[in-house]
Design a protein around this ligand. Structure first.
Ligand SMILES: Cc1ncc(COP(=O)(O)O)c(C=O)c1O
Length: 353
C-alpha cells in the first residue's frame, strides 16, 4: 500500500505554503500592526461583539477544541473547510495530477465529486451501486488503477438516502491503494455511528461531516474532515489561509453550546420522514419510496416531470432527479417542517385523485 506521502502530487510535496500573519500571534489584545488591518473596527457590523476588523484564527482552534469534545476525536486531526465542498476540492488538488490521475465515485451519488474533479481536469470512473443502491466493493476495487488516487463514498448516500454496508466499506479500506473519503453529511439522521471510529486504523481515510444539515447551518458554510495527522499536514498546506471566516467560527461555537438540541431535532426529522413515507407510499402514481437514513426521500413515480411541475405551480420545490442515471422516474424530497410536509402531501393527493 502506498503511503500518503507517496500518493501526494510532487508540486504539493514541494510547496512552500503561505504563512499568515495570524498564525503566531492569535491574541487580539496585542498591538497588532502586522496584518494591514483597520484598527478602528468594522463599518456597519451586524453584531458589535464580533472582532470583524481582524483576520480570524487560521486554524480555528477554539472551534476544533469544542468539536473534539463533542465528537471525542483529537482536535489536531480535525480539518475545517468552507463547506465540505472545499474539502472535496482540496483533496483532489492534493492527490490528483491533472490530465493523469483519476477518482472513483459511486453512481448515483452527490454531484460535487465529479464537478470538482472536472474543474481540476481529473477523470472520474463511476461505479454503479446495485438496484437497491448498495455498494459493491469488489467492483470498485477491480475498477481502480495505479492512477486512481481517491475513492469517494457517501453514507448515507445522496440521492438514495441509504447507509453503505460497513463490510463493503471495510473491503475498500483494506483493499484500495489510495485515499478513501466517506462523506457523512447526513449521518446524524441515521441510526448508525458511521465510520469515525475507523479513522485511527486507516490514516488514508477522511470522514467528512458538515454543519449544513442536522446543525441547521448551511448558510455559514462549515464542513469537517476527520482524518490523520499525515493528511492534516497536506490539507493545512494547501488551504486558503483564512478559509473559515470569523462569523462562521463564532456561530459554530454558539451552535455547539446547544449540541444537546440535535437529538431532539433529529427525532423530529425522523418522525416527519416516516409520516411522509407513509403518505407518499399510498399514492397511486408512486411506484416506490426508497428506504432513507437521511433527511430526504427518493421517490420513484409515473410522470415525475409532470408531478414536479405541478408542485412548482403550488410553490413547492423538490429536486427532479428523473434524468439522472440510475434515478430514472425519481424525485428527491427533503423532509420539511410539519406545515411544509402537509402542504406537499396535499398537492400530491390532488395530483393522485
Ligand atoms: C453528500 C453531501 N455532501 C456534501 C454536501 C455539501 O456539504 P457542505 O454544505 O458542507 O458543502 C451535500 C449537500 O447537499 C451533500 O449532499
Amino acid at each position: 500500500m502506498r503511503s500518503i506521502d507517496q500518493l501526494v502530487r510532487d508540486n504539493i510535496k514541494d510547496l512552500k505554503p503561505y504563512t499568515s500573519a495570524r498564525e503566531q500571534y492569535m491574541d487580539y489584545t496585542l498591538t497588532l500592526l502586522d496584518a494591514n488591518e483597520n484598527p478602528w473596527g468594522a463599518i456597519g457590523t451586524i453584531d458589535n461583539h464580533q472582532v470583524l476588523n481582524r483576520y480570524p484564527d487560521p486554524y480555528q482552534q477554539a472551534l476544533k477544541q469544542k468539536l473534539s469534545e463533542i465528537k471525542d476525536f483529537p482536535a489536531e486531526r480535525i480539518f475545517l473547510g468552507n463547506g465540505s465542498d472545499e474539502i472535496i476540492d482540496l483533496l483532489i488538488r492534493i492527490f490528483c495530477e491533472p490530465a493523469t490521475d483519476e477518482i472513483i465515485t459511486t453512481a448515483p451519488t452527490y454531484g460535487m465529486y465529479k464537478v470538482s474533479a472536472a474543474i481540476n481536469d481529473v477523470a472520474v470512473r463511476e461505479v454503479s451501486l446495485d438496484q437497491s443502491f448498495e455498494l459493491n466493493a469488489k467492483r470498485i476495487l477491480e475498477s481502480a488503477t495505479r492512477n486512481t488516487k481517491i475513492v469517494f463514498l457517501c453514507s448515507p448516500n445522496n440521492p438514495s438516502g441509504n447507509l453503505m454496508d460497513p463490510s463493503e466499506v471495510s473491503m475498500i479500506l483494506d483493499g484500495f491503494d489510495g485515499i478513501v473519503v466517506i462523506d457523512e453529511a447526513y449521518i446524524e439522521f441515521a441510526a448508525s455511528e458511521g465510520f469515525l471510529a475507523q479513522s485511527t486504523a486507516y490514516p488514508r481515510l477522511v470522514v467528512m461531516q458538515t454543519f449544513s444539515k442536522a446543525w441547521g447551518l448551511a448558510g455559514i458554510r462549515l464542513g469537517v474532515g476527520y482524518t490523520s495527522t499525515e493528511m492534516m499536514h497536506y490539507l493545512n498546506k494547501v488551504k486558503p489561509p483564512y478559509n473559515i471566516n470569523q462569523l462562521t467560527q463564532k456561530q459554530a461555537l454558539a451552535a455547539m453550546e446547544g449540541a444537546h438540541e440535535i437529538n431532539m431535532l433529529v427525532a423530529k426529522v425522523q418522525n416527519a420522514r416516516e409520516y411522509l413515507r407513509k403518505e407518499i407510499s399510498q399514492m397511486g402514481f408512486v411506484e416506490k419510496v426508497y428506504p432513507s437514513d437521511a433527511n430526504f426521500l427518493l421517490v420513484k413515480m409515473q410522470e415525475p416531470r409532470a408531478v414536479f411541475d405541478t408542485l412548482i405551480e403550488n410553490q413547492v420545490v423538490v429536486r427532479d432527479r428523473s434524468t439522472v442515471r440510475y434515478c430514472e422516474g425519481c424525485l428527491r424530497i427533503t423532509v420539511g417542517t410539519e406545515e411544509e410536509n402537509t402542504r406537499l402531501v396535499d398537492v400530491l393527493k390532488r395530483i393522485g385523485s
